[in-house]
Design a protein around this ligand. Structure first.
Ligand code: ADP
Length: 398
């Protein structure tokens, strides 16, 4: 391999990566992908080739303590495997671009400085994203890097949709609805013309149901509203986050239960949602497989909250033409898709149970007024495409 481009998605405890290679014909294709999980606790590395075959899987020594040192381990593996290749660019997922970064951006010292100022708006994601950029600068000096933002796709929404109705003076510090999972929604919007042409120019709700979960209202492929707001805590019930919450609860936790802001943060980001309700697991597979009443209550609430959000976004769109499911739960759980579609029958969703059970792309009956779809997302490919375009590389393929 002569040239490759890297895509990195750095989180608090994992570093996901993809390697894209340039073929002789000049097209880019997925060469390998994988992750380092358990950073800071019991780090282990795994990688698969573009066809999904396992290339490597092993524990790492405790050196992979943070996003920075984890990248050192990844760089060593890349050198071992693709020693002769030239890395022409690195694309990063960066969760927050604020109001300024409305599209992917080549990272400079000044850009990095401005992105650091957004850390308070995404304290559990942004620092890790930026640490990976720092690590690449050290290990691969001179290689251009591109930051791709989860918020960008939502910019362009109306002033009303972005508003958080607190005193204007307070909002001036950057308090507004930003929206997240934008790379996933952008990818789905980009493939709708091929996969579901009859709805691509219409009113579509996309349900990104993973450990983090959200919904986006698309009109003609553009985001008009979204369930996540100022932070990644709003909207749907998630694995460990509660979703929309009466703000009075936060006041009560602080004023009456005497919890510190840090303790409340931990509760909101790590102990609530499916895990908080069930007291068993944040993993939907565990809950669906359990007969414990609280596990079933967690699943019921997840479906209830998702259905409620569909109703709200349908109102924003003035009706819907299509409903798309994506991400871990949306792509893999026929049971959850079925329950949400059946609860949305009043909107005109008529589920084809067989197609849904077979995980087809189209999961509604041909005569369904609102069509329903299962479309796997690919945030890494979206980052690779942006990186390629911005660094003037050629088109990137899955
Ligand atoms: P993230 O990228 O936000 O970490 P994913 O999109 O990978 O999350 O989704 C993770 C979620 O998908 C987990 O809650 C997991 O339980 C769920 N999931 C994966 N496969 C299935 C399945 N077959 N049935 C139900 N849930 C599943």
């Amino acid at each position: 391999m002569d040239e490759c481009a890297l895509v990195l998605n750095a989180g608090s405890s994992s570093l996901k990566f993809c390697v894209y290679r340039k073929s002789a014909a000049g097209a880019w294709s997925l060469e390998a992908g994988g992750q380092i999980e358990g950073i800071g606790t019991a780090p282990h590395f795994s990688a698969r080739d573009g066809a999904g075959n396992l290339l490597d899987k092993r524990p790492l020594d405790k050196d992979a303590l943070d996003a920075r040192t984890a990248f050192d381990s990844l760089a060593a593996w890349l050198r071992f495997r693709y020693g002769g290749a030239r890395v022409v660019g690195v694309g990063h997922r960066v969760v927050h671009g604020g109001t300024k970064f409305v599209s992917p951006t080549v990272v400079t010292a000044q850009v990095l400085d401005e992105l650091r100022q957004l850390i308070p708006l995404a304290p559990l994601h942004q620092p890790y994203n930026l640490a990976a950029i720092d690590a690449v600068s050290e290990q691969l000096p001179g290689v251009p890097q591109v930051a791709c933002f989860d918020t960008s796709f939502h910019r362009g929404q109306s002033a009303v949709a972005e508003l958080i109705p607190l005193p204007r003076e307070i909002c001036r510090s950057g308090i507004q609805r930003y929206g997240f999972h934008g790379l996933s929604y952008e990818y789905i919007a980009s493939v709708l013309p091929q996969v579901a042409p009859e709805i691509s120019g219409g009113r579509v709700i996309v349900a990104h149901l993973g450990s983090g979960a959200s919904m986006c209202a698309l009109k003609d492929g553009k985001s008009v509203d979204h369930s996540l707001g100022f932070t990644a805590l709003d909207g749907l019930c998630m694995g460990t986050r509660p979703g929309a919450l009466d703000p009075g609860v936060v006041l009560y936790l602080i004023q009456n239960l005497g919890l510190s802001a840090k303790e409340v943060e931990t509760i909101l980001y790590k102990k609530s949602g499916l895990l908080g309700i069930s007291e068993i697991s944040n993993d939907m597979r565990d809950l669906l497989g359990s007969r414990v009443p609280l596990a079933q209550l967690a699943v019921d609430y997840f479906v209830y909250r998702a259905t409620k959000e569909i109703g709200a976004l349908a109102a924003v769109l003035g009706g819907i033409d299509g409903l798309v499911f994506t991400a871990g739960i949306g792509e893999n759980s026929a049971a959850i898709r079925s329950r949400i579609c059946e609860a949305s029958a009043w909107l005109g969703v008529d589920l084809d149970r067989d197609a849904n059970a077979r995980h087809n792309s189209r999961i509604s009956r041909p005569e369904s007024r609102v069509s329903a779809w299962r479309i796997p997302t690919n945030e890494e490919l979206m980052i690779a495409r942006h990186t390629g375009q911005l660094l003037d590389l050629v088109e990137v393929h899955a």
